[in-house]
Each structure stands twice: as structure tokens, then as C-alpha cells.
Design a protein around this ligand. Sequence first.
Ligand code: ADP
Ligand code: MG
Length: 147
Amino acid sequence: MIPRSIETSDPTETEALGAELAAELRAGDVVLVQGELGSGKTTLVRGAARALGVADAVTSPTFSIGHRYRAANVTVSHLDLYRLGGLEQEDPALLDDYLGPGRIAFVEWPEEEGGALPSASLRVTLTHRGGDRRRVEVGEGGEEAPG
Ligand code: ADP
Ligand code: MG
């Protein structure tokens, strides 16, 4: 993994970066995707999922904590923990369906998970830069601090 920081100027470029990252991933990997609302987290995951062979439309999970998409060789999990507020009150098995062997998981709002996530392969941080510009930083994953 080569850490990098780039600026995108439209959603297509952010999707393309997601696709580029997807090429570095393998089953079992967890990718933390951080950034404010509207910074492009779901957009990046969409590009990655498509590159991994997901044909379905990738939309933001609203009625559950995540979606799972079947691709040719892997299941792509897309979690959004925004409304979770710490997993301590939740069944720890809640994440089991989304993580583990044969899956690549993208986790929006990983800071809400309260220590239940396995260590991550990559961490992507998106920042608003005005208009359609976004800073996208890609770095090592590591453990999410309990919180
Ligand atoms: P998040 O998941 O972080 O809340 P989304 O990906 O759902 O963000 O939404 C990002 C919004 O910003 C979309 O409407 C997208 O079209 C728009 N957008 C504009 N410029 C960019 C960019 N450079 N990268 C990603 N999204 C962008
Ligand atoms: Mg989102």
C-alpha cells in the first residue's frame, strides 16, 4: 500500500480512486472510510465496488447498518455506522455478517463502532475543499480507537 493524498474535482474522479484502491484489496480486507457528510465516502465505495465486480447500484445503507453485494469472487460489504453511536449497546454479532473470510468490507463512520471492528487494511479520509473538490488521503489501516 502506497500512502497518498490526492485532490479530486468531481465524483467520477473519486470513484476512479476507489477503483484504484480496489485493485490492492483481497478477501478479508477492511477499509475504513472517514469524512464528513457529503465528503464522498459512499461515492468512493461505489467506485471500488464496481471495480470489484458489483453490478448492483451501490447506495447508502439507510434501514440497516450495511449492504452486502455479491461479486464474482468476493462479497463486498458496505457498512455505515453513522447512527450507531458506539456498538457497546449492540449485539457484537451485528457485524459478523459483513466481515470475515471471503468479504471485503468498507466501513463509513468507523469511529462509531466502539472497538468491535477488526484491524483494517486501509484508511481513507475525505475532506471538503470547496465546491466539488475533495482531498482524499489513503493510509495504513490499523485499529480503530475504542470510543
Ligand atoms: P458521504 O457518503 O461522505 O456522505 P456521498 O458520496 O454520499 O458522501 O455524497 C457525496 C456528494 O458530493 C455526492 O452528491 C457527489 O455527487 C458530490 N460530489 C461532488 N464532488 C465530489 C467529489 N470530488 N468526490 C465525491 N463526491 C463529490
Ligand atoms: Mg455515505
